[in-house]
Write a new protein. Structure first.
Length: 148
């Protein structure tokens, strides 16, 4: 679905996420680089989740109505963007903090043809439902983390 690409200057795709971005560090969101956004895109959605969590996929960060841009700065939410409720029940970034073993953290980026009309604190399920039929392109970045 298009040439959308997501990367981070802080870690390589499939590589280890530095402690700074986890519960054992500063617990701030990593910097992200965005390339290849389709011409018709009006907003971006970012979902960060841990599919290896013991109780099923754990949501770490849900952000929508991100303005189309080439990056998301470290420890920031783009102006105008809205955050959803993560697995801890908070509308904010929650860094990797696996109870045991090495987990995968998926950063999924979507380019949409419009904006989403959802209240802040909405769940990932509500965001994904609202996106149906509006996704122009998607990309994924995977990071790994294990507590020390």
């Amino acid at each position: 679905m298009g040439g959308l690409r997501l990367s981070s200057p802080a870690f390589a795709d499939g590589g280890g996420i530095p402690d700074k971005y986890t519960c054992q560090g500063e617990n701030v969101s990593p910097p992200l680089a965005i390339d290849g956004v389709p011409a018709g895109a009006r907003s971006l959605v970012l979902i960060m989740e841990d599919p290896d969590a013991p109780m099923g996929t754990w949501d770490h960060w849900i952000v929508w109505n991100i303005p189309v841009a080439g990056s998301i700065r470290e420890d920031s939410v783009p102006q105008g963007a809205v955050q959803g409720r993560n697995g801890w029940g908070r509308a904010e970034y929650g860094g990797p903090c696996p109870p045991s073993g090495r987990h995968r953290y998926l950063f999924r980026l979507y380019a949409l043809d419009g904006m989403l009309s959802l209240a802040g604190g909405s769940t990932k399920a509500r965001v994904e439902d609202a996106m149906k039929g509006h996704v122009l392109a998607q990309a994924r970045l995977t990071g790994l983390y294990q507590k020390k």
